[in-house]
Design a protein around this ligand. Sequence first.
Ligand code: SF4
Length: 418
Amino acid sequence: MSILTTATRMWLTRSTKPFLFQNEYDNRLPFDDCDKLGLYVHIPFCKKICSFCPYCKTLYSRELCDKYLDALLKEIHQVGSQYRGRKSATSLYFGGGTPALAADRLKEMVDAIQEHFILNEGIGIELHPDNVTPSVLWKLKEAGVTKISIGIQSFQEKFQRMLGRTNELEVSSLGKTVSEIPFETVSMDFIFALPSQTFLDLKADLDTAFQHGANHVAIYPFIDFSFASASIEPMSNREKRALLEAITCYCRERGYIRDSIWTFSKGGRAKYSSMTRDVFLGFGCSATTLLTDQFKINTFSVEEYCRRVSAGKLPTALTCRMTPRQRMVYYLFWTAYGMKIDPRNFERFFGVPLKKMYGMELKLAQWLGFLAKEKDNYIMTSEGAFSYHYYEHFYTLAYIDKMWGIMRTEAFPETIEL
Ligand code: SF4
């Protein structure tokens, strides 16, 4: 593990104790008192596996998908019925995998969720470009979906090939379909920092996205996960920084506000974010659950997931019971991703003032030019945003790469220390 991430963790948690994930689970989840609860459902099937992709997915078969969806419904009811009545939640996101492969049964899942939860901020779903057809989009609408996020990665053939994508992307028909069947948020995802990729390449992609109805774009850096099979040379940090700054300026010029380190939205109104939640429940294999003092991750194995749920047990593979400082660091990490830290929200969540817990770090971040005070809030500067982006790379390799690398091969690992 990187010395940098370990040293930072020890400094910010004021302890040498690592994040310890153990093979233990509770059959009841303590979410009754959680405010602004987010919901996530993972559907891990794809028609074809892309070489760069680190997510938990498996090849689609109708039979396996149906068996999985039956288990998913069972898990939703098992967790949801723990609350008496219907619990208020923010939003519901479907990710994967390619969740649209389950479009025919999406309404069934939304209905199951709505039996136990009241959704206040709509329903989002990730789409492969191949899914953007009138028949699929109408099914999503009928199920109540309000936000779609299309994983374009690049409109350009040379980069699609580099990423192991062989589909012929019909840009004009994609744009026509999106304009005929409107959604509140139309997000398009891109990957930057691919070999030889220039700002002009990215600008061309962004222009195409803007012309074809995207009111939200996400531009993620290419990350070379050790277990993914892409053989792509990473770009230097100097080049990445120049690209990220140029993208940010261009999006701003076009009226798209930076609402997180890697996302931009038109006028700041369109939203697509499943991770930036203080607390959330995750359903399905590999889904994570974050509560007041614990983090849980479900098994990555579709077979084991179905077996565990059929036996009436929750499919949690690992549980990390966090110390208060560990929970604060986790909270601040994801809040900072959204470019703004509101000390009142921190105090509401933890019952202690942010300044009391991290006053010295906030001063240091301001002195280094990473944060600026705006009224009562701390706002990430562009210097701070790049440092975050840079640090996130270490975090991803030290934490996520390690954990996902193990979870892909062991359904229920005994313990993981991060
Ligand atoms: S990028 Fe999307 S379509 Fe490709 S393997 Fe990953 S989840 Fe499946």
